[in-house]
Structure formats: C-alpha cells, structure tokens
Design a protein around this ligand. Structure first.
Ligand SMILES: [Fe+2]
Ligand SMILES: [Fe+2]
Length: 282
C-alpha cells in the first residue's frame, strides 16, 4: 500500500498562513509515503515568493515531487519571461522539471506543462519529447505497478464545465498514456477538486485512466471551494481518493471515492462523505 498527498496551487505570496500551518500539521499526522505537488507554488514568480515556497517545502515530513505551473513563470517581468522563464523556479524549487519515482508499488512521473511562449501563457501544453518521455519511463514498468502522471494543467474538465480548456496536445498525449497503461493523472490549475475517469469525456480513449484534480491547498484565490488537497491510497486493485478540506481550524476528511480495477477497467466501487454521525455515549 502507498499513501500519497496530492497538493496543488499553493500560491505563496497570496496565502493564508493559518491554512499553511494547518496543512503541514495534517500532512505530519498522516502515514504518508510521498507528496506530489502539481504546480503554481507561487503567486508571482519573484524570489520573495519562491523563498516562502522553499521554506514550506523544507518543512514537509516525507519526500516530495514537484512540477511548475503557469504562476511559477514571470508575467510582468517580460525579459525574464522570455529569456529564463523558469530561472527562479529552478533556483529555489528544483532543477529537475521531470521528476521520477519508481518502487515496487507505484511509478510516479512529473511533466512540466507551463509555457511562456504560447499566446495565453496561463494555458499549458505537452510537447512530443515529453510524450516520448512518458512512454520511456512507464513502458518498462510492470502492469502490477500503479502508474501516476502529474502535470499542472488538466486532462479532464470539471463535470459541470465540460468546455474547460485542457492541457494542449492532450489528444496527442492520451493514446500514448493509454499504450503504457497510465492509471492516474493528477493535476491542478482550476482550483477545483473532482475526480473521474478520462473515458467519460475523451471518447476516443479505450482504456480507463483515473483523474484526480486538486483544489488550491493554501491560496486565498478560491473558486467557491474550500482549500483542499487529495489523499490518495494505492492498495491494489483499489485506488482511494479522499478530499481533505480546510474547515476553519484544521483540514478534515471529506468525500471518499473508492475505485477498483477489474479487467483493465476502473469502476467506482463506493463514494461517501466519510461523515459518521455521533450516536451518543457508549
Ligand atoms: Fe493556480
Ligand atoms: Fe495555474
């Protein structure tokens, strides 16, 4: 079994410090193996914001993997944006833009989808070399190992907003992900928490690929949702997603979705809020 905290869109520079402390306390209290961070570590890609993000990363209780988001690229500093868009990210956060972790139960790969040269640089994309890397990394990994790809930009829209812009070249990438048996896609960017199967939206995909989108963990840039992150338990043949949300004083468990893999297809086995009514004194 492996337990992974999937956190996203921290936006240091525009955070609620109480939420940051609550998140760290929650992460410390859980039996975690790994933390996956899917981009937007800072609000503006300035050294002062990155320093705050670095201080946060240094306090994480278990190993973490991280990729940048569009906010980790300068917007207003045009010179930096075009000459060295990820300079500060590399200096303060990580030089590795495509981290990998592989053990006997999980294989995790991050891909940088943030871009500074496309017309709307809040949007992102994958390129051919990155698609080839996904195949190269996951190709040799046995079927029994749960394969997770994480990016900043999403592959699946929210259920109530099917027209949401997705990561660029997803149509090119998805058959490649399918061919190497990716089990789960993790992303953020939309500041909304939801999960599902890629097949429900991308009808050209014949193989089930799970998706878990994280809300913003610590930012005050909320989109009608509480700060939250995903606690993911990989327990073959099940994958369990729990949305843990900030409730004003602490992060607490919310919706739990249990998926089970049968004959190469993920099906939702159970979904509940995790709410247990108090039944009176024992
Ligand atoms: Fe964000
Ligand atoms: Fe973003």
């Amino acid at each position: 079994m492996r337990r992974i905290a999937h956190i996203s869109d921290l936006h240091f520079g525009r955070i609620d410090q109480r939420v940051v402390e609550g998140l760290l306390a929650d992460l410390k209290a859980l039996p975690l193996d790994l933390i996956v961070i899917s981009g937007d570590l800072v609000q503006r890609a300035k050294p002062s914001h990155f320093r705050e993000a670095r201080a946060f990363l240094d306090r994480l209780p278990v190993p973490y993997m991280v990729v940048p988001g569009n906010h980790d690229i300068p917007v207003y500093n045009v010179l930096l944006r075009f000459t060295d868009p990820l300079g500060n990210y590399k200096r303060f956060i990580s030089r590795d833009l495509s981290p990998v972790h592989i053990d006997s139960e999980i294989a995790v790969l991050g891909i940088n989808t943030a871009r500074s040269l496309i017309s709307d640089f809040s949007e992102g994309r994958m390129n051919r070399a990155q698609i080839a890397r996904v195949q190269e990394v996951f190709g040799p990994v046995p079927e029994t190992v749960f394969k997770i790809l994480f990016t900043h930009h999403p592959f699946l829209p929210p259920p109530d907003a099917p027209g949401t812009r997705l990561v660029g070249r997803h149509k090119l990438a998805l058959p490649a992900l399918e061919s190497v048996g990716v089990d789960l896609l993790l992303a953020g960017h939309l500041h909304r928490a939801y999960s599902g199967d890629i097949m429900t939206h991308h009808t050209q995909v014949a193989r089930s690929i799970l998706v878990a989108q994280a809300s913003t963990a610590t930012s005050t840039r909320l989109r009608n949702e509480a700060n939250a992150y995903n606690l993911i338990t990989v327990d073959h043949p099940r994958a369990i997603f729990e949305v843990r949300s900030w409730e004003g004083a602490a992060f607490t468990g919310g919706l739990v979705s249990t998926w089970i893999k049968r004959d190469d297809r993920w099906t939702l086995e159970a979904q509940d809020t995790g709410f247990r009514p108090v039944t009176g004194a024992a």
